[in-house]
Design a protein around this ligand. Sequence first.
Ligand code: ADP
Ligand code: MG
Length: 274
Amino acid sequence: MIDVINLRKSFGGLEVLKGINITINKGDIVAVLGPSGSGKSTFLRCLNCMEDPTSGSIIFKGVDIADMKVDINVHRRHMGMVFQHFNLFNNKTVLQNVMMAPAYLRCKDLKKAKRKNRMIRFKNIFRSNKEEQIPITTTKEEIKSEAKQQALELLKRIGLDDKANVYPSTLSGGQKQRVAIIRSLAMNPDVILFDEPTSALDPEMVGEVLDLMKELAKDGMTMVVVTHEMGFAREVASRVIFMDDGQIREEAPPKEFFEHPKDERLKEFLSKIL
Ligand code: ADP
Ligand code: MG
């Protein structure tokens, strides 16, 4: 699904990613471990084009999205991102947070199709072989009502449908993060990128967020997860990678990764945290 080829990223004179190569297949759960400052967040941000890579390719479903010429927004829709600090819109209700982006994007598509059809109608006046109109089977109202329905179902799935009309500030950290996760799910992404999704949570709330992530994993969602949760990496990940100093130093299935680490720096890292 994603092929990262020799990805490099510098900020000014500081080279943060020094040639990352990895393939992420459909259904993979890739856990990314590594010390602070090793480039994990930068790697995720490059994956979904929040940062422009300095060089290298990111082939996502056959298209190099590191290429400046492609329309990143079209591809970014298919990649969800969940952050350490939830990043919910505090001035929107929980329901609005979940339904907003899909409703907005589908309405935008509808508008685009209508504009295109107007152009076609106009051009057809002067043509002998008429161009087909784009079939339009929905309305703005329908889109909004569908997005709302879907958002309510997702909220129900995490047991928060009764919180639909409250503002995020009234939720616990664990609830906020679970809303952030279903918000990214509402876009029907091909892959969800998680950047330390449990690091800002009180310990008693970590479990509920990890449980939801495990459910997504079981449903076959492709996930890249930067985490310090070794239990999650061990039990849920299909592969674990260790990043240090802007490079992937080790990549292995969890059992091998934790029981037979090869890289010296990984051994040292594991000895500190396990
Ligand atoms: P990690 O997530 O592994 O802790 P980061 O990707 O956040 O690491 O950061 C890696 C390095 O890149 C750090 O030295 C950090 O200071 C630097 N860095 C990250 N983002 C920027 C930026 N926007 N501008 C300059 N330096 C940055
Ligand atoms: Mg980080």
